[in-house]
Design a protein around this ligand. Structure first.
Ligand SMILES: [Fe+2]
Length: 229
């Protein structure tokens, strides 16, 4: 994915998010140099920030997701069972843009339709080995009410509605009828190890540098802040 395209998606995403009255925190707008110089552990260590992914497929409009991690707790707190055990993201699923089928090992997440089109989730329960159970009925809490769907059923959330996805529940999602602003409230987030995909795909984009980055992506931090290749 070209950096110029990432920059364009950041600009478009920022405008879309602001159109709903949601304002991102100050560090969202730090320049790459400012982030490199200040490098607070609470931001770069917690891996907060921009995350524009095509899941390594180079087809962002078909397979992709805009994410911004607003806050994230600490693995150490998770291990001890007290402290900052939570995380928050703001995301955009464009119309018919698929976030591919995956599950989490540790993270429970509430996926919230914050506005725009319908958010459609395709859901499966986990089999004994953690794989997809293609027969078992899906049971998920939605705003305090348990909903049941057939395996692979489509859960359609209107603006204001949400679903709680416990660890293990398989999910893919996309916008229907328009782009969707999505909130995520979850357990501590670790995108390096806690995403299991059904297909052999990546979690992050590989970037071709054709212009300077407007803002660094979380996946840029190792290379652009710490100089690791
Ligand atoms: Fe997920």
């Amino acid at each position: 994915m070209k950096r110029s395209r990432v920059n364009e998606i950041i600009r478009e995403g920022d405008a879309f998010i602001r159109s709903f009255g949601y304002i991102m925190p100050p560090f969202a707008y730090w320049t790459p140099d400012e982030l490199r110089t200040r490098r607070p552990d609470g931001i770069v260590g917690a891996r907060l920030g921009w995350d524009i992914t095509d899941f390594g497929q180079e087809k962002f409009d078909e397979f992709g997701l805009f994410l911004f991690t607003v806050r994230n707790g600490r693995q150490e707190d998770l291990a001890s069972g007290k402290g900052m055990l939570y995380a928050e993201k703001i995301m955009i699923s464009r119309k018919d843009q698929i976030s591919p089928m995956h599950r989490h090992i540790v993270k429970a997440e509430d996926i919230i339709n914050r506005g725009g089109g319908k958010l459609v989730l395709e859901l499966f329960m986990p089999a004994e080995d953690g794989g997809i159970d293609r027969h078992k009925e899906v049971t998920v809490p939605t705003d305090g009410v348990v909903r049941k769907l057939p395996a692979g059923g489509l859960l359609k959330l209107d603006p204001g509605e949400s679903v709680t996805l416990l660890p293990g529940v398989w999910h893919a999602f996309w916008g229907e009828g328009g782009d969707v602003l999505i909130g995520e409230v979850s357990t501590v987030n670790d995108d390096l190890s806690d995403n299991i995909f059904d297909q052999p795909i990546g979690r992050f984009s590989s970037i071709e540098e054709d212009e300077a980055p407007l803002h660094l992506l979380v996946s840029d931090y190792d290379k652009h802040i710490f100089g690791k290749v």
